[in-house]
Design a protein around this ligand. Structure first.
Ligand SMILES: C[S@@+](CC[C@H](N)C(=O)[O-])C[C@H]1O[C@@H](n2cnc3c(N)ncnc32)[C@H](O)[C@@H]1O
Length: 404
């Protein structure tokens, strides 16, 4: 493989932004891909995948290269050299690249690979918490799975097209997909492609959504005509799925503390031809109280550590802080206590996270069920989705029913 200077310089600038300037990796990649309109799909793939690789393996590469943060330009080039050697790419003869014997890099890689926190490139504190909560064996497998590149999964918007017809439409646009057993509306891309450019996307035939995430709306067991509150709706990934399952009939109230996210949801709803969503910003306790005892279904897709979706957001490993985890666990319990009151007697509540940590998942549900507010509910079922078992994101979902 021949390395192109402008592509590699873009990678170096981007990892500088991510590691030294606290820019989110997806934003840095977005910016990088806008740098040169002449780049073809292979160039773009190189830029995006190399940035994500170096972000994912930062700790391992830094240990191999013996560099410390904040990374100077020469040290960013050293990280890049490690990436090249481990990928089997010959180091170019450029002045930025110090001659480093491949033997030395490979030797350090073999040595460091004996220790999980280096091999899987994970901060000590996350490794420690996950071992405590999941046990050595489960965590070792889980972390290896969370370091794999995520496949692109689509959710058919069955309001507008069937899964089979969507396959045909996409194939006309040279995108091959295959169904995934056990996931009603999901299609997996055979090869990565920019699906957002397709006519099928513009016509609202699908959304990009991981297969595990697609289990959440189904867990709510909605039917057309119900009143459903999606309390942490964000930009509406799951709200749109709920609307599809309700066949556009009934009412969905999509709530979030950020108006900007709900604005994005509205744009997506229009493209999806969804007409039964009302949005409501949670700017006080008022909008919640107004809905006490009113909803057939309440979804709490709670803010969480995101440890189940590290395949997609590898930079979270470096941005996450122990204090944030403590804080978010408090928010999760608080949300459960308050928002559960919107469920009407006989109605159902689903609590979900994209984390695999029991302290954010079943322990939160257990704590809630033994509290005053939780006494009104019975536990129906839960699903602990591990990336290592499912092949998709790590997720948790629990269904509770309010007593009559
Ligand atoms: C896991 S994300 C939701 C993802 C979204 N449901 C989807 O499927 O695309 C959690 C959301 O909770 C919101 N949030 C954080 N604190 C909240 C609170 N106290 N009440 C309601 N929403 C909150 C965040 O803004 C974020 O959008």
């Amino acid at each position: 493989m021949r390395l192109h200077r402008n592509l590699v310089f873009t990678v170096i600038d981007s990892i500088h932004d991510i590691f030294n300037e606290d820019v989110y990796a997806d934003k840095a990649v977005e910016k990088a891909l806008k740098r040169d309109k002449r780049w073809g799909s292979r160039d773009r793939k190189f830029v995006a995948e190399t940035i994500y690789d170096i972000v994912r393996w930062k700790r391992l590469y830094a240990e191999i290269a013996e560099v410390k943060e904040p990374y100077s330009r020469p040290n960013l080039w050293r990280l890049f050299s490690v990436w090249c050697v481990l990928k089997g790419i010959q180091l170019p003869d450029w002045k930025q690249i110090e001659p480093t014997p491949n033997r030395r890099i490979k030797g350090r890689f073999d040595e460091l690979s004996k220790t999980r926190k280096f091999r899987e490139s994970i901060p000590d504190w996350i490794d420690q918490i996950c071992v405590e909560e999941l046990g050595e064996d489960v965590w070792t497998q889980e972390m290896a799975a969370l370091n794999k590149q995520a496949e692109v999964i689509l959710r058919t918007n069955t309001l507008n097209i069937s899964k089979e017809n969507l396959r045909k439409e996409l194939s006309k646009e040279d995108i091959d997909t295959e169904p995934i057993k056990g996931y009603e509306s999901a299609l997996k891309l055979v090869e990565r492609a920019n699906v957002f450019k397709t006519d099928a996307f513009k016509k609202g035939f699908f959304e990009v959504q991981d297969a595990s995430s697609q289990l959440v709306a189904e867990y709510l067991e909605v039917t057309p005509g119900m009143k459903v509150v999606d309390t942490c709706a964000g930009a509406g990934g799951k709200t749109l799925h709920i609307a599809s399952l309700m066949k556009n009939k009934g009412q969905i109230i999509a709530m979030d503390i950020y108006e900007s996210k709900l604005k994005k949801l509205k744009i997506r709803a229009r493209r999806n031809k969804v007409h039964n969503i009302d949005t409501k910003v949670i700017d006080s306790t008022k909008p919640i109280k107004k809905l006490y005892n009113k909803a057939d279904r309440v979804l709490i897709d709670a803010p969480c550590s995101g440890i189940g979706v590290l395949r997609r957001n590898p930079d979270s490993k470096w941005k996450l802080q122990p204090e944030f985890l403590d804080e978010i666990r408090k928010v999760q319990q608080d949300i459960l206590q308050q928002y559960s009151k919107m469920v009407k007697p006989g109605g159902k509540l689903v609590y979900a996270t994209c984390s695999v940590l029991p302290s954010e998942n079943q322990q939160q549900v257990d704590k809630f069920l033994t509290s005053e507010a939780g006494k009104e509910f019975t536990f129906v079922k839960d699903n602990k989705v591990l990336a290592s078992k499912s092949g998709f994101d790590g997720f948790y979902m629990a269904q509770l029913e309010r007593k009559q």
